[in-house]
Design a protein. Structure first.
Length: 203
């Protein structure tokens, strides 16, 4: 995964450099030509996706990427400045990624893996197979809870999920409302992992 991400950075930076070179030089022509819009839009979408994969949702890179993509002038075409700024953002993100200052690779891999788990769980749920759906969803829940705890300096050894939730509340990571909701999930998770199928339904 690390190699794939680095390769993707290089591909998009190379393509971005080419696109920047082809931007209109005429100061009175402030938009990418209509014929070129699909290629520029495709590049912007790919850059946006990569940045979201390697950064946290509330990071500067993710927020700046959203700001550029949703710029008010994008509704009437693609301003050259947006391409130039996105290329700069991508270059900076690659530098930070290579130094290990963005999202850790294990979280990227885990997110991809558990997205697959949840997709499978959704299919089982749709097929009314509650045991299969609940076990897969429970695995995602437990792994996610432990990662949230570890990222916030809470050791997970020998701690139940209920205790982890309490510690997350104490550190103001979870609100009381969110903790109650997650505890409800944990209750179903416990029933699923103990094969107490009659204690919960497909809902």
């Amino acid at each position: 995964m690390q190699d794939i991400i680095c390769e993707r950075f290089n591909e998009l930076l190379k393509e971005g450099a080419d696109l920047v070179q082809k931007l209109p030089k005429d100061p009175y022509k402030q938009r990418v030509s209509n014929e070129e819009i699909p290629r520029y839009q495709s590049w912007l979408s790919s850059v946006s996706n990569l940045i979201r994969v390697v950064t946290k949702e509330d990071s500067y890179f993710s927020e700046e990427c959203t700001r550029l993509i949703t710029n008010e002038h994008m509704s009437s075409g693609i301003p050259p400045q947006i391409i130039q700024k996105m290329q700069g953002l991508l270059s900076s993100a690659k530098e930070e990624w290579s130094k290990g200052l963005l999202r850790k690779i294990e979280y990227v891999i885990s997110a991809a893996t558990f997205d697959d788990f949840l997709d499978h769980a959704a299919k089982y749920h749709k097929a009314n197979k509650k045991s299969e759906a609940s076990v897969l969803a429970s695995a995602v829940l437990e792994d996610t809870m432990k990662k949230v705890a570890l990222k916030n300096g809470i050791k997970t050894d020998k701690l139940s999920l209920e205790n982890l939730i309490e510690d997350l509340v104490k550190k103001d990571i979870f609100t009381l409302v969110k903790s109650k909701r997650v505890k409800g999930y944990v209750a179903v998770r416990n029933q699923a992992l103990h094969a107490e199928w009659d204690k919960f339904d497909i809902k």
